[in-house]
Design a protein around this ligand. Structure first.
Ligand code: IPD
Ligand code: CA
Ligand code: CA
Ligand code: CA
Length: 259
């Protein structure tokens, strides 16, 4: 995409997110319709569905040839990385949304032939939007993020997912103990915004494409590393335990994982 197309796309997607945020805030005190998916902690609400339908219809109008991969199934069946793929997580942190009406995000990303082009993560309640990509740069609202300090694991806070810590998968408790402290925010989007703001030195969770699509683009742009938990390359359509961290913390964590 040339720079005019990039600018135009950023402007358009930011408008979708502003509109979607208004829609969510308008309904935030309403009674939610909550359904379970794979188990009692895997929830979907009428707002997740309405948001995804909203984004899918906007994307179809704007980019009719593209494929759409959406968590709640209103997009397409996507089984290869060819061409333009929009990835949508309409509400990330649905449990937080249901229980706290806070600490949740909306995430959108665009890949072309498997290469990340633009990502968007919006913290709905704080009205913080992280957006951009390798050719555009990464911005938090209107402030450009140039670099994230390359902190070691022992000098920072690490964001983890609850199930990985409870089950001590991949020596997660050792990783937490080596760090200055662990945080469990319950939304990959909120965790990743914190990493790119330099508040966390990394984040580890089992993730699907809609959970990591935008974050992977920011990581690649800002010199952080996002790989599978054992340090392998993360394909955009994979569902795997994912490790996002500063270069130093990534090295420190891999040493513990491989013990
Ligand atoms: C989940 C959240 C959670 C993470 C899970 C995700 P959802 O997304 O980001 O923090 O640990 O792996 O599935 O289902 O609320 O969009
Ligand atoms: Ca979900
Ligand atoms: Ca998610
Ligand atoms: Ca979701």
């Amino acid at each position: 995409m040339n720079s005019d197309e990039l600018k135009d796309t950023v402007k358009v997607v930011r408008n979708w997110l502003v509109e979607a945020r208004d829609n969510v805030l308008r309904k935030i005190d309403s009674r939610l319709k909550v359904d379970t998916k794979s188990g009692r902690s895997d929830l979907v609400t009428n707002i997740d569905r309405a948001n995804e339908q909203f984004f899918v219809s906007k994307i179809r109008q704007f980019d009719p040839e593209a494929k759409i991969l959406g968590e709640e199934g209103f997009g397409d069946q996507v089984d290869n990385i060819d061409g333009r793929i929009w990835i949508v997580d309409p509400i990330d942190g649905t449990m937080n949304f249901v229980k706290q009406r806070n600490h949740f995000a909306m995430m959108i990303s665009l890949y072309i032939d498997g290469q990340g082009v633009l990502g968007f993560i919006m913290d709905v309640i704080n009205n913080e939007l992280l957006y951009g990509g390798p050719e555009y740069g990464v911005y938090l609202n209107s402030t450009k993020i140039d670099e994230v300090k390359n902190t070691n694991l022992s000098d920072g806070l690490i964001g983890l997912s609850g199930p990985l810590v409870i089950n001590d998968n991949f020596h997660m408790q050792d990783i937490a103990q080596t760090s200055l402290g662990m945080r469990i925010y319950g939304s990959a989007g909120i965790d990743m915004i914190s990493v790119f703001k330099g508040e966390l030195i990394g984040y580890i969770s089992y993730l699907k494409p809609w959970d990591f699509g935008a974050g992977k683009i920011f990581a690649e742009t800002l010199g952080l590393k996002m790989t599978t938990i054992d340090g392998q390359q993360l394909g955009v359509l994979s569902s795997k335990p994912v490790l996002l961290a500063t270069e130093n913390a990534h090295r420190d964590i891999l040493t513990i994982v491989k013990k």
